[in-house]
Design a protein around this ligand. Structure first.
Ligand SMILES: C[S@@+](CC[C@H](N)C(=O)[O-])C[C@H]1O[C@@H](n2cnc3c(N)ncnc32)[C@H](O)[C@@H]1O
Length: 231
């Protein structure tokens, strides 16, 4: 294993806390993240750019729930998940026909895909987990066909008060009896979940060969959805 991948896995192990539990958390939260509104927006913004046999990438696919949903909704699709965490790769079994996995580190992805061969890509709650998202965005710019679209969903910067009130019990945070470990964990995650603003992401996209066609803020300012088109 390369030193870089080992660094990525060490960082993810801290961020995900317990790999097995995190797999379950991703499965349980799937229906809420990918609710009717998400699928309506997927239909409005992404499906119109599909070719006859669409190829779709799912960056940081986790346990692959989105790949299953794509195969159900779009028969004939080629749906490719990209992932590197071993506990996620282990959970990616029984994928339906048309689905596959590329094991790669999104910090420096060199995906075995031809230039302009992908119709659309999803990055759901993954960019904030990267030390830098530029190489992943540049690789999407290479792989997507001109006019292909990238759908981003992620945490964005919010005031600490908003974050704490949504994330945990406020009284517990300010209770002198709360352990330092728990406080460290909360404040480290606050920084990780507050890495970029929506405007930061739009700037990175513009500079990486994308034009943003739609964006909105969600969850009281803590989350953003951005749809960008490969120029
Ligand atoms: C918060 S989970 C979201 C999973 C899935 N996209 C979803 O919304 O259900 C983020 C996923 O991205 C993966 N990930 C984070 N950094 C990565 C990297 N550098 N390379 C590949 N995958 C990465 C994690 O292992 C994890 O499975």
């Amino acid at each position: 294993m390369s030193e870089r991948l080992q660094r990525t896995l060490d960082m993810l192990a801290k961020h995900h806390r317990d790999g097995e539990k995190f797999v379950e958390m991703m499965k349980q939260g799937f229906a809420e993240r990918f609710n009717d509104r998400f699928w309506q927006e997927w239909s409005d913004w992404i499906v119109p750019v599909f070719g006859t046999r669409p190829v779709v990438l799912d960056l940081g696919t986790g346990p692959g729930m989105f790949l299953h949903a794509l195969a159900d909704r779009h028969p004939g699709i080629r749906a490719i998940g990209v992932e590197c965490a071993p506990y996620m790769l282990d959970a990616l079994n029984d994928l339906p026909e048309g689905c596959e996995i590329i094991s790669a580190d999104l910090h420096e992805p060199k995906l075995p895909l031809a230039d302009a061969s992908v119709d659309a890509a999803l990055a759901s709650v993954v960019l904030h987990e990267l030390n830098q998202p530029l190489r992943a965005l540049q690789e999407m710019q290479r792989c997507l066909k001109p006019g292909g679209r990238l759908f981003i969903l992620d945490w964005v910067r919010a005031p600490l008060e908003t974050y704490i009130q949504a994330q945990t019990e406020e009284a517990r945070v300010f209770d002198h009896a709360t352990s330092v470990d728990e406080l460290d964990d909360l404040f480290v995650h606050f920084i990780e979940h507050n890495r970029f603003s929506r405007e930061d992401l739009i700037y990175l996209l513009n500079m990486s060969g994308f034009s943003v066609v739609h964006s909105r803020i969600m969850k009281s300012g803590r989350y953003a959805q951005i749809i960008a088109e490969r120029r």
